[in-house]
Ligand binder design. Structure first.
Ligand code: B12
Ligand code: SF4
Ligand code: SF4
Length: 406
């Protein structure tokens, strides 16, 4: 986005903007403008304010903690420095949009025959909404003071959490997300980079203290240390980003979480100050609050896209979603869901068929599972491996090897 006409022409290109009274007035007006467009928090930081993040990002990548998110490893120097990403940037404006839930997300985990979709994905896709709003605010800024801008939300090579911390929006909690004293864990982040010099805010102070509730609650033990996440073990990564079969040893802990996970966010004591989000488009749609696993398991491509229209869930596609639904069916303990899994043994996609085998290994008796395994002649090696693993996992069949397959 390039600078257009300038309402405060004298400010255009000024290097002294950070200290001028006009700059303070402009910033106050910017905050008001952002609020008018639904943002709950705004702060400004220097493009060089996250020097330490570079080393930490490298530690994360060196450990392979990004799993198969190769895009995170691409050009880490750009990601760790706004200046490398865009040499002309002089101020980074960080914005937060509150999406506080209207109920405790942990309660849904008890409803094992229903799918738990994480709070952020129960309404419209925040990427689209926030990007549009960032552009409106950025255009307003250009109209007032000129300069050039670029807007980012989530998908660009920008480290939004450390930047938001530096801009005073909150601090990175031990679960690595930004925690705000006003909004708890429930802020989406977005950024406007500008060539204008705007007055800086002070970085927030870390208020985690001796608490480690988020580390303790994690179902898959995904934190090797406070402030460090191994994404390969995180349910959010496994159910959203990971394209292949979910590692067997992590499937049980996933429970009924079919898209993302909110446990470490939900348990944070700072949520007691959180407020319900007011953005109607981000509010949970009734049909996505507690959908029945049985209904979800019957979605074909077209009905999947219709149900998740404008929702971020749509991004992972029907097959990966069905993999997640089948893991939840396997964890449901409800035998009445076995026919749904059995039907999906015939699915065209081997990822789905493999997950169906696992679900049945958990729901059926040893006898029934072994009979099905013996009758199976799946032509895909990964599915045959699931049958074999299901059999060898059963303590009542010592010595039984994988079923004969073509
Ligand atoms: C990749 C990614 C993921 C990955 C990896 C997450 C991760 N923690 O790295 C996966 C898929 C797992 C994921 C999951 C989620 N994500 Co995500 N994700 C991102 C993304 C695109 C990049 C994050 C990144 O740079 N990771 C790399 C690591 C190295 O960076 P980092 O986490 O900041 O690491 C810091 C710490 O390790 C810290 N550190 C290390 N040691 C120490 C020691 C001390 C003492 C301290 C203080 C700090 C510290 O320094 C590092 C650099 O700051 C951002 C958007 C963006 N462009 O920034 C969204 C983003 C972080 N995700 C977001 C959300 C909402 C989620 C989920 C809650 C979604 C869900 N409900 O399922 C979960 C939460 C899981 C979790 N506990 O983190 C929001 C978070 C908003 C917020 N308030 O913080 C973001 C900002 C998107 C957005 N625009 O709103 N996500
Ligand atoms: S999102 Fe869930 S799985 Fe991932 S770190 Fe947090 S509690 Fe653990
Ligand atoms: S749960 Fe506790 S340790 Fe985790 S982010 Fe919140 S205050 Fe920090």
């Amino acid at each position: 986005m390039d600078g257009g006409r300038s309402g405060l022409g004298a400010l255009r290109g000024s290097r002294l903007l950070t200290t001028s009274p006009d700059a303070a007035a402009l910033k106050a007006a910017l905050v008001a403008e952002a609020r008018a467009h639904g943002f709950s928090a705004l702060g400004v930081t220097d493009p060089d304010s996250i020097e330490g993040a570079r080393e930490r990002l490298q530690t994360f990548l060196d450990a392979g903690a990004h799993g198969d998110m190769d895009w995170l490893a691409n050009e880490p120097s750009r990601r760790a420095s706004p200046k490398v990403l865009w040499s002309e940037v002089r101020s980074v404006i960080m914005l937060g949009m509150n999406y506080g839930p209207d109920e405790n997300p942990l309660a849904m985990l008890e409803q094992t025959t229903r799918g738990n979709i994480s709070v952020y994905a129960r309404g419209d896709d925040y990427h689209d909404l926030i990007k549009k709003r960032l552009k409106v605010v950025a255009r307003w800024l250009i109209a007032q003071a000129g300069g050039d801008v670029k807007v980012f939300v989530d998908t660009a090579a920008v480290m939004e959490k450390p930047l938001a911390h530096a801009a005073g929006l909150g601090w990175q909690g031990k679960h690595t997300n930004l925690v705000s004293r006003e909004f708890g864990s429930w802020l989406f982040l977005g950024a406007i980079f500008t060539t204008l010099d705007l007055p800086r805010d002070d970085a927030d102070v870390n208020h985690c203290g001796s608490c480690q509730a988020c580390l303790d609650i994690c179902p898959t033990d995904a934190f090797p240390a406070p402030y460090r996440l191994d994404a390969r073990k995180c349910i959010s990564y496994l159910t959203i980003e990971h394209k292949g079969a979910i590692p067997r040893e992590l499937r049980t802990a996933i429970g009924n979480r079919i898209y993302g996970c909110d446990d470490c966010l939900s348990v944070c004591p700072w949520n007691k100050f959180a407020q319900e989000g007011h953005e109607a488009k981000l509010a949970a749609r009734d049909e996505l609050r507690a959908p029945k696993l049985a209904d979800l398991s019957r979605l074909d491509d077209a009905s999947f896209r219709a149900l998740f229209t404008r929702s971020p869930v749509k991004r992972i596609g029907r097959d990966r979603f069905m993999r997640n639904v089948l893991i939840a069916i396997g964890n449901s303990g409800d035998l009445s869901l076995a026919p749904e899994a059995r039907r999906l043994l015939e699915d065209p996609n081997p990822l789905v068929r493999g997950a169906a085998v696992w679900a049945l290994s958990r729901l059926l008796s040893d006898q029934e599972f072994s009979e099905l395994a013996a009758a199976s002649n799946d032509n895909d090696e990964s599915v045959r491996d699931e049958w074999a693993a299901g059999i060898s996992a059963s303590p009542s069949w010592p010595g039984l090897s994988r079923p004969s397959t073509p």
